[in-house]
Design a protein around this ligand. Structure first.
Ligand code: GMT
Length: 378
């Protein structure tokens, strides 16, 4: 198949999933064309089957903002026409699905409906729960969903939320996030600890784009409570709007020497491999890819009962799930995991096993089958 993938290039789950999917499809012999503002953060690879199309923004003094969606539509139409794309897969409803719709309209005069690509939209989370919940955006998100040939969501939770909020005309198929366990596995290296100036303390980790839904302040509060009870260091990977607030809290609590802000990193396996606990106290999380990747590296998770976490994290087995905002509860469970080594060992092993249920190969097969089903429909 010839597949176009539209994704955000920035640090975040939807771009990671889209990029890993495209790479895996290309490895299976499909031709994959990526469309984005810049090279997606996980697309550091060479393959004869992968093409990247940078969407160039046109600046003209009359415009206060650049028309990314229009430039994207125009690029998709061009590539779809000349490279005869079978499927265009939009990751994140807007503007991606709308641009792909517009591209199809651009092609109407040149191709018959049956020659044109099928549009698949994958809902990732905030496209529904934050952007889609905004009354000013609701109708465009609904249009994106209803005009796609196929719609998938990354968890049952997100599917239910979408149905509740948008009553879509189409059936939404759940295809969850996935992890490549041949790359994500625990391989602790002493030199990583040395490079970071770590001793033998317990390592707590959090990876995200530091947006409000991630509740970074709660991470700092939980960690602060832990520092009073055991020797531990917090590694914060990623960056985003809540970073400054987090730094202020860290200074206020006087724990600056125990918290390391590492910024946006592509290769997180070396850090996950030395981590003892992943903290994800999000108040909304459609799936939580970072938690799954941590589990693949044998890192138990303390997260919230929110969103998609309960679909793959079994409390007591892979970590613990508490109510959003329950800092005390999350602190207690984090302390339990960090202080009871036999329990940690059991959870760590169970996490590795659980992650194998979400192996890239099998989820990519589900996407392939989904594309084929849509292509066979006409
Ligand atoms: O950060 C992103 O790239 C998008 C994003 C979002 O905010 O919607 O992340 C979502 O997509 C990931 C991959 O499918 C999920 O694992 C995340 O849980 C989800 N984030 C939220 O729902 C907050």
């Amino acid at each position: 198949m010839k597949i176009g993938i539209i994704c955000h290039p920035t640090y975040g789950g939807s771009g990671a999933v889209a990029t890993e999917l495209g790479k895996a499809l290309a490895a299976k012999g499909h031709t994959v064309h990526f469309f984005s503002q810049s090279v997606p953060f996980r697309l550091a690879t060479f393959s004869k089957n992968i093409f990247f199309h940078e969407v160039e923004l046109k600046h003209y003094p009359l415009f206060e903002c650049s028309f990314y969606s229009l430039a994207l539509a125009s690029k998709i139409a061009e590539v779809a026409y000349y490279d005869k794309l079978d499927v265009v897969h939009a990751h994140y409803a807007i503007p991606h699905a709308l641009s792909a719709m517009l591209a199809r309209q651009i092609l109407e005069d040149k191709c018959s409906r049956s020659e044109c690509y099928k549009l698949v939209t994958t809902l990732h989370g905030t496209d529904i729960t934050v952007v889609g919940a905004d009354r000013g955006m609701e109708d465009v998100v609904r249009l994106a969903i209803n005009k796609s040939d196929g719609v998938t969501s990354v968890s049952s939770y997100l599917k239910d939320e979408t149905v509740r909020m948008f009553s879509p005309k189409k059936e939404i198929t759940v295809i969850s996030n996935f992890v490549d366990t041949s790359l994500f596995f625990r391989s602790p290296k002493q030199e990583i600890r040395e490079q970071l100036g770590l001793r033998d303390e317990k390592i707590v980790i959090h990876i995200s784009n530091f947006r409000p839904v991630k509740c970074i302040g709660d991470i700092i509060r939980i960690f602060y409570a832990l520092t009073g009870r055991l020797d531990t260091t917090l590694l914060l990977v990623g960056d985003g709007p809540e970073r400054s607030e987090a730094e202020i809290l860290v200074r206020e609590f006087g724990i600056a020497d125990r918290v390391r802000f590492l910024g946006k990193l592509d290769d997180i396996v070396p850090l996950l491999s030395i981590a003892d606990l992943m903290l994800m106290p999000s108040n909304a999380e459609s799936f939580g890819l970072a938690a799954l990747e941590a589990m693949a590296c044998g890192v138990p998770v303390v997260a919230t009962m929110a969103g998609g976490f309960p679909e793959f994290i079994v409390p007591g087995r892979h970590g613990y799930l508490l109510a959003p905002g329950d800092i005390e509860g999350m602190t207690e469970k984090a302390f339990l995991l960090l202080s009871d080594h036999p329990h940690w060992l059991e959870c760590s092993a169970a996490c590795v096993q659980q992650a194998k249920q979400y192996e890239t190969a099998s989820l990519v097969e589900q996407y392939e089958a989904y594309y084929k089903k849509l292509l066979d429909q006409e």
